[in-house]
Write a protein that binds this ligand. Structure first.
Ligand SMILES: [Zn+2]
Ligand SMILES: [Zn+2]
Length: 383
């Protein structure tokens, strides 16, 4: 964790993950009174103090969701399937869905003893850390990356084979539901979490692309003991967290190019600068048109050049002598077509233009505001 003393000597730790804070909020704000399950989500920066590597940073963003108040296996399956759907929509291919069950307070203690005995027999094949874990938290030995430890643990008794009947039924139902919606869960006995509040289902989506060996891009599980641990009423919970940086690395989506504004407002006289500014604000705020104007006092000619360079499709010319009062001249920067349009009618004009142009995929939309930003300030008309 990212821990340090602040200037007042207080020991601080930056938030390492999202589930515990969500559970704390659930308790603090009395959400246990709401209809269950309570479904919550977050997208927030998280911190960890470790050597940064590809897709892993000390500050990173995580999105996650938690469903609180039901231990029904449908909740497990729904959350797992939802994360799979999110990854599908982000065009992440070559994913493995790994799952495991942690059991519960009924069956895990006996299994933990069994594992401890097994590890004690193999102590000289384990790394120093795992020998310590054997005593303190034997389940954590499954996390070890040391080859000899991994070899030992492959032959260890696995929790999923030692579940009590209710845990077994719960896990089987989760697996069945996942298969029913076309997912292909693969049992991974290494998917264990060392803390007591984790129960039953754990899962991870692992990506095999981009040269990461089975890198996890998101995962989570059931934590039926956590809310109570934090001081709330006994409340089962299930959720996931997913690191955005890793997801971005494996996503098949193209990076979106900056398309530039739709309209560039060009000023032809010094006096019309304020009008051009007001018109740009009007386009943005009332018509929701992506618009820019000159901010460095360029000549009209240089502004037109800048309009083209910015990627704008239209130039709105303000302050021309031969344009009637209350109107502006709109130039299509693709073909040079020009049309004089009353400022009052710009909203409809942009509507028609976007329809005809068929470029609405561009993402420009505008509202119904039709006020005249050039009116009411005396001498504001283009003349
Ligand atoms: Zn080890
Ligand atoms: Zn059990």
């Amino acid at each position: 964790m990212y821990s340090f003393p602040d200037r007042g000597g207080r020991e601080l730790t930056l938030r390492p993950e999202g589930t515990a804070p969500v559970c704390r909020a659930y308790v603090e704000h009395g959400m246990f009174k709401l209809t269950k399950p309570v479904k919550l989500w977050y997208y927030a920066p998280m911190f960890r103090y470790e050597r940064p590597q590809a897709g892993r940073y000390r500050e990173h963003y995580q999105f996650g969701a938690e469903a609180l108040g039901s231990d029904d296996p449908l909740v497990d399956a729904e959350v797992i399937a939802m994360l799979g759907q999110i990854y599908d929509e982000l065009e992440i291919g070559d994913l493995t869905l790994a799952v495991n069950s942690m059991g519960d307070a009924e069956c895990r203690p006996a299994y933990t003893e069994l594992l401890r005995d097994f590890l004690a027999v193999h102590a000289d094949e384990l790394c120093g850390e795992c020998r310590e874990r054997t005593v303190l938290n034997p389940l954590r030995t499954f996390d070890c990356k040391v080859e000899s430890c991994r070899a030992v643990l492959a032959g260890a008794p696995h929790l999923v084979d030692h579940l009590c009947d209710p845990c077994r039924r719960h896990f089987d139902t989760v697996l069945e539901l996942l298969r029913k919606v076309g997912l292909d869960p693969v049992l991974d006995f290494r998917l264990v979490r060392g803390l007591d509040y984790y129960t039953r289902t754990t899962f991870e989506y692992q990506s095999n692309s981009l040269g990461f060996a089975q890198s996890t891009i998101g995962g989570g599980g059931r934590y039926d003991g956590l809310v109570e641990l934090i001081g709330g009423p006994p409340t089962p919970g299930f959720g996931f967290g997913s690191g955005l940086e890793r997801v971005t690395l494996v996503s098949g989506l193209e990076e979106q190019e900056d398309e530039g504004p739709l309209a560039y407002v060009v000023t032809f006289t010094e006096e019309a600068r304020a009008d051009a500014f007001a018109l740009t604000q009007h386009l943005r705020r009332e018509l929701l048109i992506d618009a820019e104007c000159d901010l460095v006092a360029r000549s009209a000619k240089a502004q037109l050049k800048q309009a083209g360079r910015s990627g704008a499709e239209l130039a709105v010319l303000v302050g021309l002598d031969d344009v009637a009062a209350g109107e502006v001249r709109v130039r299509d920067l693709d073909n040079g077509d020009e049309e004089d349009v009353a400022v009052d009618e710009l909203g409809d004009w942009f509507d028609d233009w976007l329809d005809d142009d068929g470029l609405d995929g561009h993402g420009h939309h505008h509202g119904n505001g039709n006020g005249n930003p050039l009116g009411g300030n005396g001498g504001g008309e283009a003349s």
